[in-house]
Design a protein around this ligand. Sequence first.
Ligand code: ADP
Length: 348
Amino acid sequence: MSDKPEKFIDENGLRLDGRQIDEMRPMKIEIGVLPRADGSCYLEWGKNKVIAAVYGPRELHPRRMQKADSVLIRYRYNMAAFSVEDRIRPGPSRRSIEISKVSREAFEPVVLTQLYPGAVIDVFAEVLQADAGTRTAAINAASLALADAGIPMKGLVAACAVGKVDGQLVLDLNKAEDNFGDADFPMAMTQDGEISLVQMDGNFTQDEFKRAVELCKKGCQQIMEMQKEALRSKFANDSLFDVTDVVTEDLETVAPAESDDAEPVEVISEDELVEVVFDGEIVEVVLEDDVNSDDVPEPEIQYDGDVEPIIEPDIEDSQEELDNDQEDDSAYSAKEPEDESEPEGEIA
Ligand code: ADP
């Protein structure tokens, strides 16, 4: 790790990388980069490089994990072993489990979870190159991957961090500012201005805290504009959205029937086929064999320190529960997936 710089802000008010104190690093966004995912996004932010992939909504196995009245959202933040200077030990860590939890919660106010009871939406955020601000970069990418997957949401989520160096608040910390600065304050905001994630490392006065929130909001609004622009440019060129050839009669035949009281998702099993029905229409038919517990591996928790890892209660089972459910699980794990190209294999 490099040494602490003597000064973070020069006499012209510029930071070490030449930015103004309220200026973000350049961002590059590409949507739909993984054809096998239902939605995906590659995002570069300064030297950060992250990729987000979304799978689902799909039926959740094992069934004991299903929620009767809503979809389960799972979010996995992971740093690739090669993403930092010193190789990171692969697998979940205390830090990545915590980031996964708070990032999932950042999406809870926007995803219309009640539409898919019993289903799961998996979000994988992989950090390929890290340079401070990876959790916020991952949230920005995940938001677009969810939109790309067509997950019904009230709006996008954007995230950025504010920190304090040389006694001044700065937007979007770089690595030196993050490692040696006096505070790191990542925040996520929904499209209607609701703050859905706040974390803090370091110290702010009350006044600094208020100003940090305002600065983060400003950053999130800028990011949201970039996210919207990325979605527009992706779907404006997508032939699926090219309506120039559609004539009025066709529109009448393809338009969904108007209904004020849309039925929630209903899963009808018949022989080997599973039909996923939404609002009276079959939206997906899959072979029951394809619905395999291997689709949804439970995270393997590894730690070798004396600190207990943080495990989310809804994915943690007591040994007794596990024993009780063993029969149910083994019924699924006994079936080998026929399709070798399972999506998780691409990411995990
Ligand atoms: P964030 O990336 O969201 O800012 P942190 O503040 O925890 O999260 O980390 C800041 C930066 O420190 C990361 O972006 C990464 O560059 C570096 N970093 C984090 N964890 C490790 C690690 N285990 N090994 C090496 N570098 C790390």
